[in-house]
Design a binder for this molecule. Sequence first.
Ligand code: GLC
Length: 552
Amino acid sequence: MEHTRWYKDMVFYQIWPRSFYDGDGDGMGDLWGVYEKLDYLKALGVDGIWFSPLYPSPGADCGYDISDYMDIAPEYGGMEAFQKVLRGAHDRGMKVIMDLVVNHTSDEHPWFQKSRRREEPYTDYYIWRPGKKNGKLPNNWDSCFEGKAWQYDEVRGEYYMHIFAVKQPDLNMDNPLVREEVKKILRFWLELGVDGFREDVITYISKKEGLPNDYLMPANKGILYYNHGPHIHEYLTEFYRDVLADFDCMTLAEAPLVSPKKALSYIAEPDGEMDMMIQFQSMCADCLFTDYIHMPFSLRKLKRAWSSWQKKLDGKAWNMLYLENHDHPRIISRYGSERFRVESGKMLAAAYLFQKGTPFVYQGQEIGMTNWRPQSPDMYEDVQTRWQYEHTALHLSEGKRLRRMWLASRDSARTPVQWTAGENAGFTTGKPWFYVNQNYREVNVEAEEKDPDSLLNFYKKAIALRKSLEVVRGGSYREYHALSSRRYTYSRTLGKEKLLVLCSFADEPIPLRIPGGFDLSKAELVLRNYSQLQEKTMRPYETRVYYWGSGV
Ligand code: GLC
């Protein structure tokens, strides 16, 4: 089938279902709730939804530990609710993509239960190894969530590999039967009518033969041997050729530690194995590789990442643009300012929404939700946060360790979406499964819908503007003031059409600087976050978008 690449004209919205909206009053977000909010998404200008996992799961990693790939969890409303949402989305012209999590399953998946008992054909579905004679683990690799990457299983009498939590055993993708299972899963959902997949840590699925010890990496040992492993392209090509090519679908690969050059080996047009990549470089402007190693925010680092992806993919592949997802703390609390919450939220929106690519908005980002800061470490739910708190920086006081988690924890962005100023932020009529951020009385959808100057209404305007301008889809990208640590300036150009985006990342006024060649007297100011403009100054976190052409 000819690849239509419809996703290039779209804006996607990520739903992390537990915390989106509760439709049946049991305290947990669900698909009945999503159904009620489809018109909200449509009004925002969203054309597609990415669902974080909806499948049955014991919940050790909030759904990324799957025990049945071909069903929808009862707490989310089961298949009936899913079909209703899918139809409802399609009726509104919205696409739906699912999360495909096949680097690992839950240890409660029947495949694992049979594999540990050596029941055929499941014996080699996972990566099993005997321990070493001296009582040592099969190799020295680390897991990303809980210590070493090996867990001894009494039933089988061997160790299994888990690159993530202990309850997330890695599948053995070198086994052709496992790849057949993946293809069955893909086909099942595509035949049901879904429009594609976000593929979870998909670059991890092929491990280096012999699983050698890693003597190079100081932490995250093993990543050099399982990220972009030896057969990765072969397997992804097989999934594409045998299933995906038969459908008009899109695929989005999650790829930690990927450079633009490496990305091209997966997503270069016209015949990449996948369509877009979730890169992490632009999420590391205030940390070192992972949110858990916090550093002061560096705008120059952020701009280098953004511009490098814009330039290196240009004309060759398509960017996926994002500021937030369920794995990172909230962006205003990181790259913006809670003191200038609305202003900086708007500026950040303009900073990424007019780049070339397909933007994704994570639930709550559009109303400017900020980090949640629990008073006690026991309040954290996330397996990674809990492990980090208990095992790292133990020389620091408890208070300091807790503050580190505030900056890094995935739970900072997993609190329920704040719909109203009422009880439980209007998320549920029951008892919420998780804590609600206490700023909900001020930060909520209902209040922002009424306020023409709200962040929510800014997102609506910015998304509508992006869609109305051909230059945003196709124009070339250029950055100015690259060395500045306070301003981000970029233009987009397509023939005579031009867009200039000015963003201040400073919390105090800075001089307005317009790059040479842009005559403001002929431009239209199509978007801004302050109603009163100063001639020579940009206010804290100010943004302005100027347009030359006839498109508005
Ligand atoms: C991805 C997901 C994350 C999950 C991990 C293991 O990074 O986005 O939430 O914990 O993979 O599946």
